[in-house]
Design a protein around this ligand. Sequence first.
Ligand SMILES: *Cc1c(COP(=O)(O)O)cnc(C)c1O
Length: 425
Amino acid sequence: MSEPYATAEELDAEDELAPYRKNFVLDETVYLDGNSLGALPRAVPARLADVVEREWGRMRIRSWSESGWWDAPERIGDRIAPLVGAAEGQIVVGDSTSVNIFKAVVAAVRIAQEESAGRPVRSEILVDAATFPTDGYIAESAARMTGATVRAVPAAGMADAAGPATAVALVNHVDYRTGELHDLAAATAAVHRAGGRIVWDVCHSAGALPVELDASGADFAVGCTYKYLNGGPGSPAFLYVRRELQSRFDSPLPGWNSHTDPFAMSPGYVPAEGASRARVGTPDVLSMLALEEALKVWDGVDIAAVRVKSLALTDFFLGRVRAYVPGGRLTSLTPEAHERRGSQVSLLCGGGDGGDGGNDGNGGNDGDGASAPDAESVMAALHARGVVGDFRRPGVLRFGFTPLYTSFADAERAASALGEAVRAG
Ligand SMILES: *Cc1c(COP(=O)(O)O)cnc(C)c1O
């Protein structure tokens, strides 16, 4: 049968980002889990050894100033800024995503409530109904602290749900389970028209696709650095506070690092100006400096080119999955439409509606009673074939495509191995 599409070899040969792959430590494994833990950039181990042996080992306390440790949260924030469409001076790095969501949501509610002075108090926090769980848990606590209530709303319905009671909307830019991309500019504009504030969780979009924070008017954004930004396990998250809101950012965690003069050690709190106001305590220097080195792989990379390759990779993978996997066994949860797709493919084990998948095979395991393959065992079979994705309950196989180091040949091998794994059932 003739092949109507370009082959993986042809696509890899034309790929302008292909040279970046050598900047990462990889082996024969097809690694499609960079949406959970990015691969190790090759330059990080030597830099980390230098930080430990020279900066800590020999320079000791002098490194806080002479090695730039103290200013690392703002400096590294400025390195992330162009990747998320932000001008400098609006991002600090530190703490986990969860902690930064807390800071942003409470600060946003405080601003919204201050703005409702003289009118009924804005008392509702809208939370993306499919949110990564930590965001929802933290929004509940933020609501208790501020006298607000939480209402779960589908991310795509945020624009319609926002109204006079809305203090803040907390939305995941890309859904971590399905890979669906939401319209950041449109939802931001709608929440603003309703008089509320918006906090974006960009964990699954930062480093994966263009995120236009400044241009869209987003108020706050929080993102992970250990996923598409390859900062390493537990590397610190980042918090974007729009410049116009910085002077009104009233942190619920006003630690001494956010004081205007931390070394005055004064008993009274006076917040710093600028992004530094979002700091809390002493930064985790080792993780932070590993992240700083990891971010150098982005030097010279155009995030628009990353997006083009990401869509080409996920299109190619979806096409090859259709070719290799028996009909009806897997259903893609990832939108076909490019404007609604992030940089991962999520496949649900089992047919969609009206599938003929129930009787097109030899039945697989006796006594199973269902045609749907078990997602956990399919992923285990994939790992055994050297293809690493992950699995999320109930029955979702996730494959992350990281354009700086994923090749079309990887996508081809993964789809082929997936066909075998599903048939092996
Ligand atoms: C990965 C992820 C997190 C993780 O939060 P941590 O505090 O780093 O554990 C939060 N939100 C989303 C949407 C994520 O994808």
